[in-house]
Write a protein that binds this ligand. Sequence first.
Ligand SMILES: Cc1cc2nc3c(=O)[nH]c(=O)nc-3n(C[C@H](O)[C@H](O)[C@H](O)COP(=O)(O)OP(=O)(O)OC[C@H]3O[C@@H](n4cnc5c(N)ncnc54)[C@H](O)[C@@H]3O)c2cc1C
Length: 297
Amino acid sequence: MMASQSKATKNAIDDYLAPATLSDALGALEDGEATILAGGTDLMVQTQSGRVGYKQRLVNIRRIDELRGISEHGGRICIGALVTITELLNNTLVAEKVPVLAAMADKFASNQIRNVATVGGNICNASPAGDSIPPFLVLDADVELACLRDGKAATRSVPITEFFTGPGRTVRASNELVTGISFAVPQAGFIARFIKSGPRPALEISAVSMALGGVVENDVFRSVSLSFGSVAPTAMRARKAETFLTGKKLDDETIRAAVETALEEVSPIDDVRASIWYRRHLVGVYLRRLVADVVQG
Ligand SMILES: Cc1cc2nc3c(=O)[nH]c(=O)nc-3n(C[C@H](O)[C@H](O)[C@H](O)COP(=O)(O)OP(=O)(O)OC[C@H]3O[C@@H](n4cnc5c(N)ncnc54)[C@H](O)[C@@H]3O)c2cc1C
């Protein structure tokens, strides 16, 4: 018990590495005894408060160019783990093909935080309130991971719906690095929207966040994807509400019933930011608002 306690609150670093290549970084992570540092906007707060302890080695990945950039190939968009929130906000490919990510970035923290906070860090921190997660869920994104196996780089893709296992927990193994996130270029006519709570959303941790995507043809909703943040132990897809909305005309009765279905799927908690009642109330308000936004295009 004492051993694990002292490990959990270890705030001294025995070794610090700042590799310049992906293969050097994977080597530094190989024994699973390293803490990864990207922008540090979560890690520094957590280690200074004692909530998280450092492992033996701190590996700063910020010098690795292979983890940067936003590109499109083979019908997929790839976002490097080190892409910052500011880059998402200003990128022309994002603006043209996935404006929902720019809309999310516009509600994310202050400029100072956006300039250093990375997409990889937001995902790996695995907060149920992580703002990038609901839009990536709606885009059916895959999380790209790499590690060394028998001295060679090995990669795997994990659907983001399977990446999170609880608050702060993911399926990433301790020797793995998230290299980026990728998803199919949305089909023609796909519209997605994001909303998060708070009077000054960019400066608040959301009490509820939500993303909704789909194609509206002749008032009928198709290819519907709906996701929530902060209403369950992990950000989640609302599969029942998606199925309910798919193929329906978006009239008042459909939306009312969709809200009821969505409320059956969520399991919010009371905490300092909001009560269960208020979170459930916001689910209804936001779903109505996002459906109206998507219908209007
Ligand atoms: C004042 C303030 C305001 C904030 N506002 C918001 C907000 O509005 N919305 C929001 O969602 N978040 C917010 N955050 C939280 C934080 O900024 C984000 O989660 C950010 O995206 C984390 O990225 P980072 O690069 O700083 O991660 P880091 O702090 O460097 O790392 C976070 C975690 O992920 C791990 N990690 C990082 N990169 C990788 C990788 N490539 N592979 C494997 N593991 C990795 C680290 O080891 C650590 O456990 C805020 C934080 C602060 C301090």
